[in-house]
Design a protein around this ligand. Structure first.
Ligand SMILES: Nc1nc2c(c(=O)[nH]1)N(C=O)[C@@H](CNc1ccc(C(=O)N[C@@H](CCC(=O)O)C(=O)O)cc1)CN2
Ligand SMILES: Nc1nc2c(ncn2[C@@H]2O[C@H](COP(=O)(O)OP(=O)(O)OP(=O)(O)O)[C@@H](O)[C@H]2O)c(=O)[nH]1
Ligand SMILES: [Mg+2]
Length: 460
């Protein structure tokens, strides 16, 4: 794809920083910067070799110096966008950056849309859509582990895997189509039977990849961990203790927390999103009632539940009801306030916890927190989350395409089972191929691509 316009934007974070970068990309990028840049060297940028750095000044049309800069010259095609790219490294305040950008625009560059540099890298074929999404995930990564998953995807782990699946499919399709086009070569047995095993094996691999979608999402967005229990058991105290800051309000009045309080927690690189919720109880208070509803929704949405129980009080019916509603969830039971006289012991609680772990803590005295963190990490191990080893599906868009590919292959298997002719199979195999291609952005509709890039920040 060849664009005939040149785009420019401030590519560093808004605000004041030591240095700020203006990125210019397109066929006139070098000429445009040459017109506003007075370098110490006699050579223009046009005349200079690629991948060189040039010291000098940006000047306006009256010849007045706007800023002292370093210019990085990167000639196509070995650049981020595969176009000519020039980066102007200015002083980092918003005023010099805006002023330099204005000069570049005045000379004919256009202000880039959000994500447009990356979009050009994609449309010029340097990266595929899964890699585009990886760049977005890198920018938004919550912890080191989230980052490493995204970097893997940028390196092309997923893309390579998808290509391999597509190659397998193509070979099957080619052989089937030969038999459709030249039926005289057909043997007595329906040809499709030869492929049953291959198609099944491929479909199994796709299903394995699909199984990484939930964990991939958790690593990308954080493991949703709801802290739930009755009022006053110490949920907000636990949130604060884990975060090591006073984020949520703590009082001795039951019913203090109303809205869900959300916070990121990094445990040895693993991203958790903690949800401190309103204590669950029957109540006539309208606001508290809504809070209790939200607590229940948080349980629904949670990947992991920390069920908090006050060890200094006997279990009551309401508490057992909450526990009963957790049957389908992964739960860590947390016995809090062990600094007080214990009424509920580990043994008593074990009767209700169906073998799920029980951790004893004092949120107030900060005891037992390390054991709790270890138990939370253990959740990740149990989920079989592999970090960095294999390709993972990391978002809804990729997941939907993969699900469709699997559906197509399921259909193929059914079609073969009931002995339908080969041309029926070929159509579904082609569909599966297309859906796989969508994961890396082959033949995707313009609207989808447009929507995706609009989610980027400016200058990316
Ligand atoms: N100043 C600056 N820093 C940056 C970027 C940038 O665009 N500018 N990046 C922007 O995201 C990231 C680095 N990513 C990049 C990815 C590819 C190429 C690139 O030029 N690729 C060419 C040439 C590779 C080579 O020399 O072998 C290519 O793939 O053909 C550059 C940066 C982070 N840091
Ligand atoms: N002794 C003792 N008191 C605690 C402990 N953890 C919390 N508390 C106290 O218990 C009371 C309630 O704590 P919160 O953290 O507000 O309890 P909560 O579960 O968030 O309560 P709601 O938001 O009302 O549902 C406060 O007075 C805390 O100081 C603990 O480990 N030991
Ligand atoms: Mg609270």
């Amino acid at each position: 794809m060849i664009y005939n316009d040149t785009i420019a934007a401030i590519s560093t974070a808004p605000g004041v920083g030591g240095i700020g970068i203006i990125r210019v990309s397109g066929m006139d990028a070098i000429q445009i910067v040459d017109e506003v840049f007075k370098g110490v060297s006699k050579k223009t940028l046009q005349e200079s070799p690629s991948h060189t750095i040039h010291y000098g000044h940006i000047v306006n049309k009256e010849g007045k110096v706007i800023d002292e800069v370093l210019v990085m010259l990167m000639k196509a095609p070995k650049t981020f966008t595969r176009e000519d790219v020039v980066e102007i490294n200015c002083h980092g305040g918003p005023v010099p950056l805006e002023a330099v950008l204005m000069e570049v625009i005045r000379k004919g560059a256009r202000l880039a849309d959000s994500g447009e540099f990356t979009k050009r890298a994609f449309l010029n074929g340097r990266i595929d859509l899964a890699q585009v999404e990886a760049i977005m995930d890198i920018i938004e990564a919550k912890t080191e582990v989230s980052l490493s998953q995204a970097v893997n995807q940028l390196e092309g782990k997923l893309s390579k895997q998808i290509k391999e699946y597509q190659d397998t499919l193509i070979q099957i399709i080619a052989r089937i189509e030969v038999s459709i086009d030249y039926p005289e070569y057909d043997e007595d047995e329906p040809l499709a039977n030869d492929f049953v095993d291959e198609i099944k094996a491929l479909n199994d691999q796709l299903k394995k990849l699909l199984a990484t979608a939930d964990t991939g999402k958790m690593i990308r967005e954080g493991i949703k961990t709801a802290i739930v229990g009755q009022p006053n058991v110490g949920k907000s105290s636990l949130l604060n203790a884990l975060l090591e800051e006073n984020k949520a309000i703590v009082t001795d009045i039951p019913g203090t927390t109303r809205d869900v309080v959300e916070a990121y927690l990094n445990i040895d690189g693993m991203p958790f999103v903690l949800l401190d919720t309103a204590g669950i109880r029957e109540t006539e208070d309208i606001v508290e009632k809504i809070g209790v509803e939200r607590s229940k929704e948080s349980i629904e949405k949670a990947d992991l539940v920390l069920m908090l129980i006050d060890s200094s009080r006997a279990l009551d019916e309401e508490e057992l009801n909450i526990i009963n509603e957790l049957t389908n969830k992964t739960v860590i039971f947390v016995l809090n306030k062990i600094d007080l006289h214990s009424v509920i012991t580990q043994e008593i609680l074990e009767q209700y916890t169906k073998g799920q772990p029980i951790i004893q803590i004092s949120a107030m005295k900060q005891n037992g927190l390390d054991t709790l963190r270890q138990a939370m990490k253990q959740f990740i191990v149990k989920q079989g989350i592999s970090i960095g080893q294999e390709a993972t599906i990391s978002n809804q868009r990729q997941k939907q395409s993969l699900v469709k590919a699997i559906e197509s292959l399921d259909k193929v298997e059914d079609t073969i089972d009931i002995g339908m002719p080969e041309d029926c199979i070929a159509i579904d195999l082609h569909d599966a191929y297309g859906h796989l291609g969508n994961i890396v952005g082959e033949a995707l509709k313009d609207e989808i691509i447009g929507e995706l890039f609009s989610r980027f920040c400016l200058g990316k």
